[in-house]
Design a binder for this molecule. Sequence first.
Ligand code: GLY
Length: 269
Amino acid sequence: GANALDAVELGVKICEADPRERSVGLGGRPDRDGRVTLDACIMDHLGNIGSVAACEHVVHVSSLARAVMERTPHVMLVGDGATQFAKEQGFPLQNLMVPDSEAEWTKWLEKAEYKPIPNIENHDTIGQLTLDAEGRLAGCCTTSGMAFKMHGRVGDSPIIGAGLYVDGEVGAATATGHGEEVIRTVGSFRVVAAMKSGRSPQQACEDAVREIHKFFVRRGKPWADTQIGFIAVSTRGEVGGYALRPGFSYAVASADGVRVLTAESLLDS
Ligand code: GLY
């Protein structure tokens, strides 16, 4: 009975608040300077958008992205500006580094090799898409991004069109995995555009992953450590999910219950 926008925000907040979830919100892995910086964005069926990037000290960056959408004339705030806005809006500010992250970062500093590994724990972002009983769509995604990234690095998750896209007359898509590749190919917009031209959510996710793979091949870049996953939902409630390589799972919840599905992938391993 709730509206889609509230549902996506409330859904991802569970993950943001969980210190055991090490790639989102509280407990997210830090950058190479030991600073936990978070990215998030939110979009509704009307095209309202809000986003924050490289934001420190705020657990619920999904809610902060929504506050940018609803309480400012802008669509994106980054870095200190995002944190300053959070403070002004009464969001609690806190240390997001948990002891496990601190220990991992200290160990990483022994070699300090800058080799961020996407897909380090299956996938690295939570994205939620919701179609409500009134037929309204909304989406939200939130992440701490790549572990031990360069300070200031921003991935796809706060970039509307890359990490998330919603078209209230067509469907919605969101991405996880190697953000640079998703930005390069404007991944989530690509999925929704394919749905607009008649592809099912499943086919549209597959098309987008194939395109990303083509970009790798064209540029002669290795993709061995890279994972990309997309999920999508249409306004009719059809869903799809697909990944570059095995290991990407996603959950589909409806009145019939919750199913956790393992996505098919383009590559075998
Ligand atoms: N997909 C999350 C990131 O690359 O930051």
